[in-house]
Ligand binder design. Structure first.
Ligand SMILES: *Cc1c(COP(=O)(O)O)cnc(C)c1O
Length: 395
């Protein structure tokens, strides 16, 4: 069997996508012109099962190529594209729920994912229960007769807990086999963690992060197994989910260098994480590959590598002045949301900002939390930058 790196280079580049070029063509269109009423009818009949053009909203050759690549990357049977990661998450959820349903969601989920359940699904009489990301097979106890979805994210946003996904999947399947399991796989980019191989139904990604990889576009992807594919595809289409051909092209282009970029993010990230771990001002480094990170043993067992995003906790809680001194003067780390581009980014969280989005009892620290994305700069420059910042808070 061919190696994964080769698949990333080769996928989505058949003649039918490239027309003799190296890359897939950018086909921008709304209307698709049919030569006869028979051809139109054929396109209608085939619209959800093939790569055949039907209408711009369903995708063009550029989209078909990217969908093919993502499907191969995550070992699914199909991929739906969305305008951003949040749209991928919310519309995948909407594709499967109805009023009266119950959702189980990891308490470490991305904040907007949580808020969608709290403020949108709630209005539709769909209830959500949040659970400790380290729950493992005890998830069985939370399953109700009307539980429809289990939503995982591993590692979790900000606090980086790695979940025991195989154990959760097994316990859910055993208790109620019609539950659909979704997993936000953005951190691993679908490269280091093969969610569908472990039994997850749909792997979601904010392709805005590593797939596009250059902080200049937004896209979301949902790769599904056979069981959920028809419903996910048709329902997302009915909700008008699509992305423009130019952005789809940028995502395909990003895939060609995804593996080498990730390997460098991994190397740089580990270098910086190990340096931070021995710094006297730091209580703990939440990097999945370091033993202090919650769920580290599942990382070792289930992942084949790490990306560049992690967090660390300072021994002390910084006051407002110390916080400004610390964060406002970095040379290379920019203060910004998002991550996954070539550049380093930084954000800070005080404990009270995290409390509303974490189940009670799961936050076991008091110091200020710092989240960083380690980019492709030389790690020694990044370490100097961090060292200067830690000196500014006099510890
Ligand atoms: C950024 C992010 C999202 C949302 O993606 P957008 O493309 O910004 O909508 C979802 N999940 C995780 C884990 C993220 O980091």
């Amino acid at each position: 069997m061919r190696k994964f790196e080769t698949t990333l280079i080769t996928s989505g580049r058949d003649q039918k996508y490239t027309y003799g070029a190296i890359n897939p063509i950018i086909q921008r269109t709304s209307s698709v012109v049919f030569n006869s009423i028979q051809q139109k009818q054929q396109a209608v009949n085939n619209h959800s099962t093939t790569d055949k053009l039907f209408y711009g909203r369903y995708g063009t050759i550029t989209h078909f190529s990217l969908r093919q690549s993502m499907t191969e990357l995550e070992n699914g049977v199909g991929c739906v594209l969305y305008p951003c990661g949040t749209a991928a998450i919310t519309h995948t959820i909407l594709s499967f729920v109805q009023p009266g349903d119950h959702i189980l969601m990891t308490g470490s989920a991305y904040e907007p994912t949580q808020k969608f359940c709290r403020y949108v699904l709630k209005r539709m009489n769909i209830d959500t229960t949040w659970f400790d990301p380290l729950i493992g097979n005890n998830i069985s106890n939370l399953i109700r007769h009307n539980t429809r979805l289990v939503i995982l994210e591993s590692p979790g946003s900000i606090t980086m807990e790695v979940q025991n996904v195989p154990s959760i999947v097994q316990a859910v399947r055993k208790k109620k086999s019609d539950i659909i399991i979704l997993l936000d796989n953005t951190w691993s980019a679908g490269v280091f963690f093969k969610a569908l191989d472990i039994g997850v139904d749909v792997s979601l990604q904010s392709g805005t992060k590593y797939i596009i990889g250059h902080s200049d576009g937004m896209i979301g992807t949902a790769v599904s197994n056979a069981r959920c594919w028809d419903q996910l595809q048709e329902q997302s289409y009915l909700m008008g989910q699509m992305v423009d051909a130019d952005t789809a092209y940028m995502a395909s282009r990003g895939l060609r260098t995804l593996y080498v970029r990730l390997k460098q993010h991994e190397e740089n990230g580990l270098h910086v994480a190990h340096w931070l771990a021995q710094h006297p001002a730091i209580e703990r480094v939440n990097h999945p590959a370091l033993s202090a990170c919650k769920g580290h043993k599942y990382f070792i067992r289930d992942f084949s590598g790490s990306s560049g995003l992690f967090s660390f906790i300072l021994k002390k809680r910084l006051n407002d002045l110390q916080l400004s001194n610390f964060i406002n003067h970095f040379k290379y780390f920019k203060i910004a949301y998002s991550w996954g581009g070539f550049e380093s980014l930084i954000l800070v969280n005080q404990i009270e900002e995290l409390r509303p989005i974490r189940p009670s009892g799961t936050l076991d620290f008091t110091g200020t939390l710092v989240r960083i994305h380690v980019g492709l700069e030389h790690p020694s420059d990044l370490i100097h930058d961090l060292s200067d910042a830690l000196n500014r808070i006099n510890v």
